[in-house]
Design a protein around this ligand. Sequence first.
Ligand SMILES: Cc1cc2nc3c(=O)[nH]c(=O)nc-3n(C[C@H](O)[C@H](O)[C@H](O)COP(=O)(O)OP(=O)(O)OC[C@H]3O[C@@H](n4cnc5c(N)ncnc54)[C@H](O)[C@@H]3O)c2cc1C
Length: 368
Amino acid sequence: MASNTFDYAVVGGGLVGSCIAYGLSKDSQSVAIVDEGDRAFRASRGNFGLVWVQGKGWDYPAYARWTRQAAGLWPSFALELLESTGVDVDLRQTGGLVMSLDDAELEADHRKMEQLSSHTNGEFQYRMLSNSLLKQKIPEISSQVAGAVFCPHDGHVNPLRLFRALHQGMQQNGAEYLPSRHINSIEYCHGEFQIKGDFDEIRASKIVLCAGLQNSKLGEMVGIEIPVVANRGQLLITEKLKHFLDYPTLHVRQTTEGGLQIGDSAEDVGLDDGTTNNVMAMLAARATKMFPVLESIKVIRAWGALRVMTPDGKPVYQASTSCPGAYGVACHSGVTLAAAHAEKISQWILAGEHGDVISNFSSSRFNV
Ligand SMILES: Cc1cc2nc3c(=O)[nH]c(=O)nc-3n(C[C@H](O)[C@H](O)[C@H](O)COP(=O)(O)OP(=O)(O)OC[C@H]3O[C@@H](n4cnc5c(N)ncnc54)[C@H](O)[C@@H]3O)c2cc1C
């Protein structure tokens, strides 16, 4: 076999592609992961690190169940990565909080949680917390917070360490990482994919498109519809503080090292991944309103990053019918779904398993 010919080529080395390549590499010796590199938009390097169940799929039962299943796979996945690579991805599934600053917002969240619980026959668990109950979990909480939803399935992880573990793991398993390769075209010829760009042609029997915001364009080349658009989130990083936050929240989380990540903005600004003063000020104001202790601390870094959003925010897992052996994967919750992608989605690609679950996420749902 020529060195540029593989059984599987995974296009895109973000978290989605890395999880799938890692999963494939456990069963196949011949996996390449082809990535454009630092010039590309990369949601995986700019995210908030939540493994988040609450709220996901309140209006789409299959997604609620898939997210819950994915979060349940996380502990054994983190352990496997630690044992095989020595990298601790710092998973903490303590449960997570979504706080509301007013009663109407809290009530709306409550209704969504009821719906989620009924979708999953009660398997999805949550508790509504008043301000005083919340204070028992986080004494530093402000009296301005109306209350919160606590969900025991939620957690957080260090996404950059996850990246390192996946890349080390897949390469230990024999996968080839091919960075700095921007793919311009993919041709399907006699059952083989020819992957072309400003590099020596790569050939593969199967191809998995995980190119984030570029997936729509690449998908067209192999007959897969993968509609994605960018949605910007901005994040603030503070100096390290004495540990005070035992639970991740949707807006603020404290890393093991002590720094806080402050986030959860959403903007439709095309491919602009910059930062703006007004959004950063809004994030800081909301965080200090929730935690007055933050009023005098320093923000040391900030960035913007582009989410990979499908039209309904749910994942797309789609096989090509015109080019058998081509698959497209896109999602907005690549951290939360990481363990499911490494295990279930790679098994779907390798052996056609889990088709019943996967069929809920076909892009054909956008054409009804
Ligand atoms: C601000 C923000 C906060 C988030 N917070 C969370 C969170 O808390 N929890 C959670 O679960 N998810 C979160 N996400 C979402 C999560 O980060 C994404 O779902 C995930 O990173 C998507 O990974 P990806 O691999 O699909 O895309 P990307 O990370 O964008 O990777 C795509 C890769 O494809 C490569 N590529 C693109 N085009 C080409 C080409 N033509 N040729 C070769 N390579 C190419 C790029 O180089 C890139 O490495 C957040 C996202 C953002 C932006």
